[in-house]
Design a protein around this ligand. Structure first.
Ligand code: 6PG
Length: 231
């Protein structure tokens, strides 16, 4: 955030989770088709969007996939965001993209430093982000020291919510560098964090409120339930 003023967020409110997944999938496919670098979200919400994106577009050879965060668990662990992307997207496309996983088998600080170095200078076309019930995004948790980092693109992060394992997360400057920042949130449990993230002044208590594209567009794709507390 430059001066704390909330940069504009385009709200895209759709009827249900499937429509939200479809909207996110179309943005993923648009970047994949023209060849661009995409930061992917973890958690559970984006799974359907990845499945729909894989079904809609088969040749991802010109796309580069990065991770907004990952948990420091083995890549075949059910908590792994790499596993989510492998199952929901990579195993479903004919021509895979270039994937840049976070080295989650290494200590978090080492993995973060390595990812920081890999990501430097990469122009990000799209950053897809989720929204936690506590207002976190990626692994940027409320009031965490990671929110104040301005000189690194990736840092180690202590877990603020389950799974309580160490994480590596992109920082606010890293995410803000994306041409298009897209939040995807569905369900009534995301209504309050969505209001705090997209309808109230930015606050470290709601990290998603601090993440906006610094040079392009920020969109929040919400179903009616998640948007229910936003005017
Ligand atoms: C993670 C995600 C995280 C996620 C939110 C929402 O690694 O956990 O990057 O930021 O997007 O926690 O998760 P759900 O989609 O499961 O609600």
């Amino acid at each position: 955030m430059s001066d704390g003023a909330p940069l504009h967020v385009d709200l895209v409110v759709v009827p249900d989770a499937e429509a939200a997944a479809l909207a996110a999938a179309s943005l993923l496919v648009e970047v994949a088709a023209r060849g661009g670098a995409i930061v992917l979200a973890g958690g559970s919400t984006p799974r359907r969007a990845y499945e729909l994106a894989a079904a809609a577009h088969d040749d991802w050879k010109d796309a580069d996939l990065w991770f907004g965060d990952d948990r420091c668990v083995p890549a075949d662990d059910t908590w792994s965001n790499q596993l989510l992307v492998r199952e929901a997207l990579l195993e479903r496309v004919g021509v895979p993209p270039t994937v840049h996983p976070i080295a989650t088998e290494r200590p978090a600080a080492e993995a973060a430093a390595a990812y920081d170095a890999q990501l430097r200078g990469v122009p990000l076309a799209l950053a897809l982000l989720g929204l936690g019930s506590d207002g976190h995004t990626a692994s940027l948790f409320p009031n965490a020291s990671a929110l104040d980092v301005t000189d690194r693109l990736a840092v180690a992060a202590a877990p603020g919510l389950a799974p309580f394992v160490e994480r590596v997360t992109l920082t606010i400057p890293a995410l803000a560098a994306a041409e298009h920042v897209v939040f995807l949130a569905v369900g009534e449990d995301k209504a309050l964090p969505a209001r705090r993230a997209f309808g109230e002044p930015p606050s470290a208590a709601t990290p998603a409120s601090l993440v906006r594209s610094a040079r392009g567009q920020t969109t929040a794709i919400l179903d009616i339930a998640a948007a229910s507390l936003l005017r």
